[in-house]
Design a protein around this ligand. Sequence first.
Ligand code: WT7
Length: 652
Amino acid sequence: MSAKKPNPPSSLDAYYEPSKAFSKAARIPNKAAYKKLYNESISKPKEFWAKQAKELVWRKKWSKVLDWKAPFAQWFVGGKINICENCVDRHALSGRKNKVAIHWEGEPGDQRSITYDQLHKLVCRFANVLETQGVKKNDCVMIYMPMVPEAAVAMLACARIGAVHTVVFGGFASESIVDRLEDSGAKFIITADGGWRRGKIVPLKPVIDHALEKITDVKKVITLQRCGNPVEMLEGRDLWWHDVMATASTKHEAAALDSEHPLFVLYTSGSTGKPKGILHTTAGYLLGTYTTCKYVFDMRDEDIYWCTADIGWITGHSYIVYGPMAMGATQVMYEGAPNFPDFGRFWRMIEHFGVTIFYTAPTAIRAFMKAGEELPAASDLTSLRLLGSVGEPINPEAWTWYHKHIGGGRCPIVDTWWQTETGSIMITPLPGATSCRPGTATWPFFGVDAAILDDAGQECKAGEDGRLVIRKPWPAMARTIFGDKQRYRKTYWSDYEGIYTAGDGARRDKDGNFWIIGRLDDVLNVSGHRLGTAEIESALVAHPAVAEAAAVGRPHDLKGQAVAVFVTLKAGFEESDALHDELIRHVGEFIGAIAKPDDLYFAAGLPKTRSGKIMRRLLKELVCQGTISGNITTLEDISVLEALQAKVVAID
Ligand code: WT7
């Protein structure tokens, strides 16, 4: 780790360079190599991506690299491919046959290592199961599982037969499942009895059963037995994973699918109460995740890679399942909480498995910081060579702590900016080439034409805040919002003609580094997870006592942002501590524990404009600063605000 000399203004502002040895061994060994390839990728994107795509296994070569009718892209038109074959068969049937694909550790401490050959057999068997149970190409299959290898097996098996998976994070509650079943039209569900989290069983199948009281047209539910908690099985609909797998053949031919065959729908929060189903397709997504694993993580056969995300988020899709497996990587997968039985768990696992590349989230790093540096110091972390961060801006304090106490001052950190919609990493250091300054995701990846624009569409000058945009299509980009092309166009492509708006505010410093400031829309980033304020509000108004609700974010030391809500009650309901707690619990039960408000204020009225719109901006100011200094001339009734201000200040 040597801070660039002369004289960094303060240690938090310093540049960190990769070691000479790291750079020398890296695929992109210096800035000049990055710049050269980047310029090529931008001036001749089709040639660049076609060359990269030759490293994949194709059933039929494409006839056209890109068909771009903004905002709809088709990549590798005319090609036939199977992503599961690329992630599994090609390793299982080659020199990587006996290489470990997954070292898995359950939260109670149970371990399994699965080779590519074994993974291949599991995936083939489950693909046969799906077909036997009536799943057809293009059918949507919901996956609601804990972090067990079978979750990856289920995803890969869907991809193998051309079914479209929609994975729902195991922390979501039954109402969220209902929404996603309705929107996706999934008729098949893969789940487990439960999963382990902080020493307790988190039931999953019972949550599905609850959702299926409302959605009655689901044909089959296959349940993995993980925890042994009691579950009910409905005759004719519900099957045990072990029963159906017992007789399934290990032979299965992967379907030859169009490059643009839909691969998955993943729901993410937006500015309305309904999450958006982001649709990703096959070849471009595979290429994006593969190429970023190759250059950003500089993955090698000898690496032991560990991404701590959950499979229910895009990070789990792209950087646990598809990207690393396309590279034939060996990875660690962990079921449980980072602090079980204590915050030393990850460090002991890194020592045990000899992890070389570690990819986690700033919120986790801040929690580790708080738990103290003695915990990482108690484990041997010298196997690590590269660290990564994703999900939200990483504050420089957390960055330097991560660098020193986890990376031993020796490992480059790739701070990777991307989104569910972008599919793969977009702005990031390349570990052997980039000078890294804590807090910035630095430079765009190959083929990514990122810029920061002002309202008029002009590029911002250094130091000026604007909107982060991408000006050219890229292979792993979302293709649409499932079932809602109009919303896709409006949400991402309507600010500037033919240009993708990410929804993030950003600026570039005088050296050209991209600094991501945060969301510009009504989306919160709580512990690296996206939450729509409108979703939280709809959950609250679904409670019989609530008349109106407004949710806003406020800064939080560990989570990045915390959720504060204001509610007005219907006539006949009284403010009370019991109701306060009940409403918080209600949001958790409605959406999932991640959405539970941190603060809840009862209000006699909410600040509104004369046309009746809730002025969230004022509420935000109130919870962030305790006072309102902004413009309130459009406010309909000033007394509402005065009453609220007294409340917020009193509680703080
Ligand atoms: C939003 C996307 C990408 C996978 C995890 C989250 C924020 C993500 C960074 C980063 C600053 C970041 C942005 C983005 N974000 N990574 N390295 N630096 N902000 O995926 O749920 O789709 O959320 O997360 O605000 O828009 P997601």
